[in-house]
Design a binder for this molecule. Structure first.
Ligand code: ZN
Ligand code: ZN
Length: 448
């Protein structure tokens, strides 16, 4: 699953905006459909860099970015990709099977009309899935990950739930009654890709296009926690669904404050994924009677006994400017450290993914466990946790041991990744030297 693919720059850029033709994106079978999202990664990085440069020129980089938040967002995206590599294609195969056995019409895969129907059908179903993901607690438990950033920049688009993908495909199976799996798999990916570039504060308005398309302005409202933003603008690509079904709200003068109504106050990647499930679990046992317990699962996150299904809008906390964001005081050297180690984590993930079959239980378990542990260490450093040095020292020893094992026992693999392994050896060797004194002298000392 190497992330560095060769796509020509024009095609790669066009794909980010859904600017593709049916001819170039229609396939007979699911197996032929490219992994557009993985192939887009270099373009995500390039666009994020461009957004940062523009923000620096506008003097708004501190207002729009925090290092720990960006790392948290990309980490969530990396987790999602690792898990989808593990259960590769399971949801698409299930869709294809339903399409094969239960479809009432066979639409030709190579017709532009099939492509257009799949585009509209998928975007329509995405609207309803997304709306329910905000209105039903058990779906919100996954989707809240995407809304957990208090920033709003291109990296926010990568902040994805590990589990959401599979629940959304359950909704999409309705389309299997008529639309071929290959067409839906293409459009699921482009629908996701399209939503990347709208996560920006740089583009203010797109004029008449605002009537038809989901735009940065519309999606800023969707990510807001101001009262007027709550439960609005669920569109994927076309904003017309919100206009049709009464959930549209235009961006107002009042500055949008981003993130969850009750921010999670941590950069821990596991907490980010699971916090609402924990909350639901507590609420489930707290509520009296089976009806109320079921309401915890099926009603909205704002529901309480005696309140409407989606709660009362007056319960949304007032916005008082400037709204403080959760930000920690990470020492300058530690910011450099977490940036380097975050990049190394991504490199290791890529090395691992290209070597091991994530379908094997053991391979997947080792890979995912190490990934979770590594990104948890980065999160603990970003949260300035007192135990972060101990976690990090353990990780350094683990990587150096793995390096020694690979070099001795897997010479072919070591030869392919010769320079990668040298880089890891140097980086983790030096890092060990940083953490040993920190742990020995003051194990409980915060990184400050
Ligand atoms: Zn949402
Ligand atoms: Zn979003």
């Amino acid at each position: 699953m190497s992330m560095l693919q060769n796509t020509d720059p024009l095609t790669g850029t066009r794909r980010l905006f859904y600017a593709v033709t049916p001819n170039e994106t229609s396939f007979a079978t699911v197996d032929e459909v490219p992994d557009y999202i993985i192939e887009a990664f270099p373009y995500f990085m390039g666009a994020m860099l461009l957004e940062l440069i523009v923000s620096v020129i506008e003097g708004k980089q501190d207002e729009r970015y925090s290092l720990a938040d960006t790392i948290g967002s990309i980490t969530a995206g990396a987790f999602m990709i690792a898990v989808s590599a593990m259960v590769r294609g399971f949801e698409v195969v299930a869709y294809a099977a339903i399409n094969k056995h239960y479809s009432f019409v066979t639409l030709p895969w190579d017709s532009p009309w099939t492509w257009i129907l799949a585009f509209l059908g998928l975007d329509f179903m995405y609207y309803w899935f997304h709306r329910l993901a905000h209105e039903v607690n058990m779906l919100w438990a996954f989707h809240q990950v995407h809304h957990s950033s208090e920033e709003y920049n291109l990296s926010t688009a990568l902040r994805q739930s590990v589990f959401q993908r599979y629940t959304s495909w359950v909704f999409y199976t309705v389309l299997a009654l008529a639309l071929p799996a290959s067409a839906i798999y293409v459009h699921v990916q482009f629908n996701t890709l399209y939503q990347f570039w709208i996560h920006t504060r740089i583009i203010k308005s797109l004029g008449p296009l605002e009537y038809i398309l989901n735009t940065p302005s519309h999606h800023r409202v969707h990510h807001g926690r101001n009262r007027y933003c709550i439960d609005k603008n669920y569109a994927g690509t076309l904003i017309i669904w919100d206009r049709l079904f009464g959930t549209f709200e235009a961006e107002q003068e009042e500055e949008v404050v981003y993130g969850l109504v009750h921010p999670i106050q941590t950069f821990d990647p596991i907490q980010t994924q699971l916090c609402h499930m924990q909350w639901m679990w507590q609420q489930f046992w707290l509520q009296q009677g089976i009806f109320n317990k079921l309401c915890v699962i099926f009603k909205g996150p704002g529901w309480e006994p005696g309140k409407p299904r989606l709660g009362n809008i007056e319960d949304i906390p007032d916005i008082k400017y400037p709204m403080p964001k959760y930000r920690t005081q990470i020492a300058g050297w530690c910011q450099v450290y977490v940036t380097i180690h975050f990049a190394l984590n991504i490199m290791v993930m890529d090395m691992y993914g290209s070597k091991y079959d994530m379908h094997t239980a053991l391979g997947a378990m080792i890979g995912i466990s190490f990934l979770i542990y590594s990104f948890t260490c980065v999160g603990a450093l970003c949260d300035v946790k007192s135990y972060a040095p101990v976690l990090e020292l353990i990780r350094c020893v683990m990587v150096l041991s793995m390096d020694a094992y690979i070099t001795r026992s897997m010479p072919d693999y070591a030869a392919v990744y010769y320079y990668h392994l040298i880089l890891l050896r140097v980086a983790f060797g030096l890092s060990t030297l940083i953490w040993i004194p920190q742990v020995l002298i003051n194990g409980k000392k915060k990184v400050e």
